[in-house]
Design a binder for this molecule. Structure first.
Ligand code: FRU
Length: 308
């Protein structure tokens, strides 16, 4: 059972915060035409930032850590974090415009096409992490990127865990989405690894089962929980002692918005795991939240999901 009591310790999500400009189109646009979309809106995006939006909706105390921008036109991103009570006080702020994405939601087939613009936005460095008071956190989740800097951050948590009381240990999770084998090093010390379907296919795994067992064989840590989402086929889970299950997806009758469904899954699974739920039940909760999220735009209605 998930408990609804207030969670004091924070879940931190480390990664990107970007602006998503969303166009809902009747069908995918034809090149070199000028057409109105059905509707449009903009929202705060980026995987770790989306994870935080969902964690807040579920009632978790959470913090985003990533580069934020002082640029006037993009203050919405920080204001939105404040409004949703997502902690951002440890984020470095720079004077460069943040990355942004143009997103096309195609009503015809529910696809979401993301055109991302990130011309050398500076990366988060270990120096931005090293002075953070780790006693505030129970879980730290990393978007898989910048292996050198991220490895140093993870090492710092591992060192902290060595001297912390067992009940104060921080769990570590990593999301592997980018098609970059050099990111696999981030699994070395992770308790939970989320692998995206695209990456699994990149590694020539063609079923969710092959993906989780295949990743287990590829990496040196043989004890992490490995989770791989496989769109409508559900999510595969391999626990730390090689018990395997495939958990079905829960798509709604009417799919409205697929943008950030994977981030919603990840956040909800972390929420359940961080409350002591086992990995299979946590992934089921993740699938249910991700399915529910597909039935409306953005993330704001997730709090209406019946957690019981
Ligand atoms: C969704 C998302 C968007 C963002 C893009 C970045 O998963 O985080 O919010 O524009 O991916 O790759």
């Amino acid at each position: 059972m998930l408990h609804n009591e207030e969670i004091k310790k924070r879940i931190m999500c480390v990664g990107m915060c970007v602006l998503d400009i969303v166009h809902v189109c009747e069908k995918f646009p034809v090149e070199d035409t000028d057409k109105r979309c059905l509707r449009g809106h903009w929202q705060r995006g980026g995987n770790a930032s989306n994870n935080c939006s969902v964690l807040r909706q579920l009632g978790a105390e959470c913090e985003f850590l990533g580069m934020l921008s002082n640029s006037k036109g993009f203050q919405f991103l920080k204001e939105d974090c404040h409004q949703r009570l997502i902690h951002i006080e440890n984020c470095p702020n720079i004077d460069i415009d943040p990355p942004f994405s143009s997103v096309i939601l195609n009503e015809e087939n529910s696809s979401r096409t993301i055109i991302h613009s990130n011309p050398n936005y500076p990366i988060l460095k270990y120096e931005h992490f090293e002075n953070i008071d780790l006693s505030l956190y129970k879980w730290i989740h990393f978007e898989g990127r910048n292996p050198e800097e991220t490895t140093r951050m993870i090492k710092k948590i591992v060192e902290y865990n060595k001297i912390a009381k067992p009940e104060d240990h921080i769990k570590i999770s990593v999301e592997l989405e980018k098609l970059k084998p050099e990111l696999l090093v981030l699994t070395d010390q992770a308790d939970v690894v989320f692998m995206a379907k695209d990456l699994a296919i990149f590694f020539n795994f063609f079923t969710p089962k092959e993906a989780v067992f295949g990743l287990r064989n590829m990496i040196s840590n043989k004890n992490n929980i490995i989770i791989c989402t496989w769109s409508s086929e559900g999510s595969a889970v391999l626990d730390s002692t090689n018990n395997y299950e495939i958990i079905p997806a829960f798509p709604p009758d009417n799919i409205i918005d697929t943008l950030g469904a994977g981030d919603s899954f990840c956040a909800a699974a972390i929420y359940a795991l961080s409350n002591g739920e086992n990995c299979f039940k946590s992934v089921e909760f993740g699938n249910r939240i991700a399915g529910f999220k597909l039935s409306f735009y953005g993330y704001d209605k997730i709090s209406e999901f019946n957690k019981s």
